[in-house]
Design a protein around this ligand. Structure first.
Ligand code: ADP
Ligand code: MG
Length: 323
């Protein structure tokens, strides 16, 4: 089926966490320094993302609910993803097709804000409202008009877990943004923004964990590695607590996981996993750009060099600690 009918059938958006991801990424794209994410019933009843970014231009507002309304095609790579995935400029349209949306937005120069209410992709009402600069989008009753999709969703707890994991990764990969995260009216965490990465990690994970982290800092062959890894005495780590970012993008790499395990091995008494937050910067032509930016896979051209950097970086961190 064509993209239009897929959107109409609600096939593009699959689960609440996907909605959250698109809304938060839009907020980041809009230059927000503060983002509030609030969900209820695993995102099935409500997903609200409020930001202090640029706001949406009044004239553009109706377009936001239509396909290909993107204002963001700037590079050849952007264009490539439009052609191959057809998802650029379609996130909001796809989400609004399968939910009830209330959107409030205001730009710096506006006299007042504007509120748009839409249902199943149709704008019902547009009213001026008091507001501050930024955008707040409430997605209610997700999949209300696509019962088949609704039936596929997991329990509220499972959908909440997926959203929590996503927000954690987004908050750690964007320490410049302050994230507030609220689940069913209970505050979960509140990161400080202003590039305070260690405080962001601290506010998301148990403060207990911070005492067990050592700094990682290494460079080699035009690549840099920094971040934190848990000391060998920390026993509560699982593979779910290994966060690796390459050029700011969250990735899952077996290669990197294996090296982490290898570097950690001499310290292991049992089969344990260190907790880590590793940020690697590498020249764009050292990685495979054909792998789509939205995917978490990554392919390195020189795997040996990457392995060596990580191995040496982690060894250095452990040794410093052990002195
Ligand atoms: P894309 O992000 O690929 O451009 P979306 O469907 O996610 O497509 O968003 C459509 C457009 O709506 C964006 O290009 C942007 O102009 C505007 N927009 C969406 N969310 C926000 C926001 N939080 N702040 C400012 N503009 C936004
Ligand atoms: Mg978007």
């Amino acid at each position: 089926a064509g993209t239009a009918s897929k959107i109409a059938a609600g096939e593009v958006v699959e689960k609440p966490a996907m909605v959250v991801k698109e809304l938060v990424e839009n907020a980041i794209d809009a230059g927000a320094s503060e983002i509030l994410v609030s969900i209820s019933k695993g995102g099935k009843r409500l997903i609200r993302v409020t930001d202090n970014g640029s706001g949406i231009n009044k004239e553009d507002l109706p377009l936001v609910f239509e396909r290909h309304a993107t204002s963001k095609i700037r590079t050849i790579e952007d264009l490539y993803s439009v052609v191959s995935l057809g998802f650029r400029g379609e996130a909001l349209a796809s989400i609004s097709a399968v939910s009830n949306i209330e959107l409030i937005t205001m730009q710096e120069a506006d006299e007042s804000g504007i509120k748009v209410e839409a249902s199943g992709g149709k704008i019902l009402k547009t009213t001026p409202v008091g507001a501050v600069r930024g955008t707040s989008i409430s997605v209610k009753d997700l999949f209300f008009n696509t019962p088949a999709r609704l039936k596929f969703l997991k329990s509220d707890q499972a959908e909440t877990r997926a959203i929590t994991e996503l927000i954690s990764v987004l908050a750690i990969s964007h320490p410049e943004v302050s994230f507030k995260y609220v689940v069913d009216d209970h505050r979960q965490f509140d990161t400080p923004g202003k590039d305070k990465l260690d405080q962001a990690i601290y506010s998301i994970y148990e403060p207990e964990l911070m005492k067990h982290l050592v700094g990682v800092d290494a460079q080699d062959g035009g690549m840099t590695l920094r971040g934190y890894i848990s000391k060998y005495g920390y026993t509560k780590g699982t593979r779910a607590h290994q966060f690796v970012f390459v050029n700011g993008r969250y990735v899952k790499s077996d290669l990197i996981r294996d090296v982490i395990q290898m570097a950690y091995k001499p310290y292991l008494m049992h089969n344990r996993y260190p907790v880590c937050f590793l940020f690697m910067d590498i020249k764009a032509d050292y990685i495979d750009v054909n792998i789509h930016p939205a995917k978490t896979e990554i392919k390195f051209h020189d795997e040996g060099a990457v392995k060596q950097l990580i191995y040496i970086g982690l060894k250095k961190a452990f040794n410093l600690y052990n002195q």
